[in-house]
Design a protein around this ligand. Sequence first.
Ligand SMILES: *Cc1c(COP(=O)(O)O)cnc(C)c1O
Length: 355
Amino acid sequence: MKKHNFYAGPSILPEYTIKNTADAVLNFAGTGLSVMEVSHRGKEFVAVMDEAQALFKELLNIPDNYEVLFLGGGASTQFCMVPYNLMKKKAAYLNTGAWAAKAQKEAGFFGEVVEVASSKDANYNYIPKGYEIPADADYFHITTNNTIYGTEIKEDLDVNVPLVADMSSDIFSRPIDVSKYAVIYGGAQKNLAPAGVTFVIVKKDILGQTGRAIPTMLDYRTHADKGSMFNTPPVLPVFAALQTLKWLKEQGGIAAMQKKNEEKAAVLYDEIDRNKLFKGTARKEDRSLMNICFVMNEEYAELEKEFLDFATERGMIGIKGHRSVGGFRASTYNALPLESVKALVETMQEFEKKH
Ligand SMILES: *Cc1c(COP(=O)(O)O)cnc(C)c1O
């Protein structure tokens, strides 16, 4: 039976990525060796790293005064690298979810943290608006897509201080104006590559201003100066990321991706709103295009487990909601075909007919 992969992360990747990576695990660039067993300083891998950085810049239209880094440590290491590198005294954070709160907590090790607004009181089911950012904050941190709660900041904010964004789960899902950000980072395992590589887009002239000594590996300048080759980069995930970037280009780039993502999300949200058994959990204007969260309507609450089993039998994988929200979460990342969304919608309709 065809499996429809709705996992939130690690999550679905294009077949193109998986197939080319599998091939390179056996025979990389005609070397007769695996991509896992060659020097990262050999010309074949250097070419992969160079092309991945170039394509990353091309697809997101990244201005020349920015650097793209591929690091280890996950998005969670960026929670401390951001304040380490940017915070002099004070930073502002928007608390839109568990990841945002974790990022905010790490900043507390480096100085004063101002939480400008929070939606925690409503279990993070919306994006706060109309807050004020202190003009003397060294930066303002946002999480553009809240993977657990299915809310998303879908436009590039205009703010009065340098803007930093965790885009772990919506990078490459829509065009962004990178010039509005000082730093954009994320773990690759949601929408780009297998776990193990973390991308960072950093505006060069924001670095080196804190007066703080930064351990070598945690200093963005180390990696920017060495083209992400100061130490051994996560070779295999970078290779896979390059395949996804090539696939994205072949699909028509990020604007084309956005159209497909909007279509997929509309199909599923329409069904959630129509079907008498289900309801969405996120406030409508803040609904994510990447993680679609829904629960049983109150009258049907006892059917939750039955629906999960019903859907699993029909090949729907990974739709159980995060424990802090409950219900269901269908992640509709770039690589998920519309066909999978339609299969889920049919499953919901069949289940409705039964009840
Ligand atoms: C998954 C996720 C993280 C954590 O990423 P790691 O690479 O596991 O550290 C951080 N932020 C967001 C928005 C995420 O979805």
